[in-house]
Design a protein around this ligand. Structure first.
Ligand code: CA2
Length: 149
């Protein structure tokens, strides 16, 4: 069976491609998911791609991934900057975690410069647009030693 990678997305990312294209671009989350599936297929990985606006749901999915997955790619969105609870959940995982931000958070408001999640992330991609997701999957495949990586 192919290793499973959870691609988790936090609040408001369901609006991707529909609002603020000057910051987040024109691609939708469905576009990003399709690209993740394409790249994961080439690398012999299975994908669980999800988005939620609720912190508790995100934490429950991290707990689920803990039991089932070989790695997580996560864009925690605003929870990156606020949530010790998301960090604590990720800290219970024993596999690599990669953090993705579509925008360059360091070029934006001061409060976006710090991410609690970065403390547990094996790597962070930001400012690459939605291309950051498939890039993170490629890196994760290498980290977990998947075939084709
Ligand atoms: O750049 C990123 O990916 C962020 O994680 C996106 C979060 C933001 O709070 C982080 O600082 C950086 C916001 C997600 C909201 O996404 C929207 C997309 C389109 C329109 C409105 C919001």
């Amino acid at each position: 069976m192919n290793p499973i990678v959870y691609v988790l997305n936090g609040p408001n990312l369901n609006l991707l491609g529909k609002r603020q294209p000057e910051i987040y671009g024109y691609e939708t989350l469905a576009d990003a998911e399709a690209e993740c599936r394409r790249v994961a297929g080439e690398l012999g990985l299975a994908i669980e791609f999800r988005q939620t606006n609720a912190e508790s749901q995100l934490i429950d999915w991290i707990h689920e991934a803990r039991e089932r997955a070989s790695g997580i790619v996560i864009n925690p969105a605003a929870f990156s900057h606020t949530s010790v609870a998301v960090l604590d959940a990720l800290n219970t995982c024993e596999f690599p975690i990669l953090e993705v931000h579509i925008s360059n958070i360091h070029q934006r408001e001061e409060f976006r410069h710090h991410s609690f999640v970065s403390r547990v992330a094996a790597g962070v991609i930001c400012g690459f647009g939605t291309q950051g997701y498939p890039l993170a999957i490629q890196r994760l495949a290498r980290l977990i030693g998947s075939r084709g990586a």
